[in-house]
Design a protein around this ligand. Structure first.
Ligand SMILES: *[C@@H]1O[C@H](CO)[C@@H](O)[C@H](O)[C@H]1NC(C)=O
Ligand SMILES: *[C@@H]1O[C@H](CO)[C@@H](O)[C@H](O)[C@H]1NC(C)=O
Ligand SMILES: *[C@@H]1O[C@H](CO)[C@@H](O)[C@H](O)[C@H]1NC(C)=O
Ligand SMILES: *[C@@H]1O[C@H](CO)[C@@H](O)[C@H](O)[C@H]1NC(C)=O
Ligand SMILES: *[C@@H]1O[C@H](CO)[C@@H](O)[C@H](O)[C@H]1NC(C)=O
Length: 404
């Protein structure tokens, strides 16, 4: 099952290239496959070890009214966050649920969570009567529309009970990449001095260069007005942190840079990059470019600058330039944002788990079948093309790179 997923991914990638050096690319794709498969297998044997242990414990004894919930393939987004993976139901109002990350427990589960992009072509077991199916995705529909293919098929599109996504406007179980919470105790820092000490203007760290949101095109426009250092695949090398754990090299956000450009790879309703949240707690002013428009924004508004308030990168660039030359005004923004913090993804994942367990205990209240998942996802109306920047002239590179 796991191997299949990767093959499918490669196959798509491979076909979009067909007219070009097919053989060479095929060989390259063969080269990087073993690593991914090894990682998958290692993960599976680790999580299934636990599962076989559970099976021999009394926890799975159904007479005790415990609901077993299985992740058929946990998304790497969650998997790579230790703070999330360690969560369970102990602190929930309904705590009689158990989570298994081992796909082999799916046939024996009361609910199964499927990761949209990685839904397999066919299921390896027969759905037991009454088993609840949850469709989970952390990326924008543009991504799983592109990367995944099976969720749209007849086998799957009429079968799910609930969704678990970031799109509050329609999801059953709300799981955002983050939220900003008010601080109980405010910081006493010399924000003016912090502002004075910063010598650089803006930074963007990103790994995908050709995006639906025309992120790099937008950055190029901004660079006519302010300095933007581009780090990651689309710019200078950046090897800091590991699997989303930030290390000391992120200190440059505290010390050197004034603005962090947390720009989305796609402009979709409710979709905000985890980078916005995961870099929020540094002493840096965040600039977001996300969502469907002016009303689809991250709350609270006074915690950051939103590109949606500016009609063009030029307007935003002029504002950022003026701010960067005015430490007093800039320090006020730092002060304002310091009233909020990002508590870590684990909090939101925990809330979603508790929500699932409450639903399992009250299935009649939440009973539902999504009659058509494709209509429900509604890619066309969930995302928009950017209007504030023009695409680069068509090039073969932008075509085959087209991916989040
Ligand atoms: C499951 O529960 C039943 C009744 O409460 C009990 O007789 C049985 O021994 C339990 N099985 C395990 C494996 O704990
Ligand atoms: C579920 O599948 C596993 C193998 O993957 C098997 O050992 C087990 O007996 C099955 N359980 C049920 C309830 O069908
Ligand atoms: C600003 O820089 C000076 C000189 O490097 C340093 O002593 C001071 O601690 C810095 N202040 C803040 C608030 O970072
Ligand atoms: C950056 O500043 C924040 C907030 O003051 C602090 O908690 C954090 O430890 C600093 N991080 C680094 C890498 O210097
Ligand atoms: C889940 O969907 C199935 C298939 O449509 C249905 O039989 C079942 O009642 C649903 N359960 C819940 C809790 O919505």
């Amino acid at each position: 099952m796991q191997c299949n997923t990767f093959l499918n991914y490669k196959r798509k990638w491979f076909f979009s290239f067909l007219p070009l050096g097919t053989l060479l690319l095929y060989l390259i794709s063969q080269l990087d496959r073993p690593h991914e498969i090894d990682e998958e297998l290692a993960w599976e044997s680790a999580v299934c070890k636990n599962y076989w242990e559970y099976q021999h414990s009394s926890v799975l004894n159904k007479s005790k009214n415990t609901y077993l919930i299985t992740w058929y393939q946990m998304s790497s987004y969650i998997r790579w966050r230790e703070d999330a993976v360690a969560r369970d139901f102990k602190q929930c109002k309904y705590s009689n649920c158990m989570l298994s990350l081992c796909p082999h427990s799916a046939n024996n589960s009361d609910a199964v969570i499927f990761h949209g992009r990685n839904i397999p072509k066919t299921l390896t077991y027969k759905r037991p009567p009454g088993q609840v199916w949850i469709f989970a995705e952390d990326e924008s529909p543009l991504t799983y529309d592109y990367d995944g293919q099976h969720w749209r098929s007849e086998n799957w599109r009429h079968a799910f009970n609930w969704t678990m996504t970031y799109d509050k406007s329609k999801t059953d179980i709300y799981l955002p990449s983050g939220e900003l919470w008010p601080k109980k105790v405010t910081d006493r820092k010399n924000f003016y001095q912090i502002a004075k000490n910063k010598s650089k203007t803006a930074i963007i760290i990103s790994s995908h260069c050709t995006t639906e949101s025309l992120r790099m095109e937008y950055v190029k426009e901004l660079q006519k007005y302010i300095d933007v250092d581009v780090l990651g695949t689309c710019g200078r090398e950046w090897h800091c942190g590991k699997a989303w754990i930030h290390d000391d090299c992120f200190a440059i956000l505290n010390k050197s840079y004034k603005f962090y450009l947390a720009f989305e790879n796609a402009l979709c309703r409710g979709y905000r990059t985890e980078k916005f949240f995961e870099n929020f707690n540094y002493d840096i002013v965040m600039v977001a470019r996300a969502g469907l428009g002016k009303r689809d924004i991250i709350e609270p508004r006074d915690a950051y600058i939103s590109a949606s308030d500016y009609s063009s990168p030029q307007q935003l660039g002029i504002y950022l330039k003026q701010l960067s030359e005015n430490p007093m005004e800039y320090a006020e923004l730092l002060q304002q944002k310091s009233n909020y913090y990002y508590p870590g993804f684990g909090e939101f994942y925990q809330r979603a788990l508790c929500d699932i367990c409450e639903r399992m205990n009250n299935q009649d209240k939440y009973r539902r079948t999504i009659t058509d998942l494709v209509k429900h996802v509604d890619v066309e109306h969930s995302c928009k093309k950017p209007k504030d920047v023009e695409p680069e002239p068509w090039s073969i590179f932008s075509w085959f790179n087209k991916k989040w």
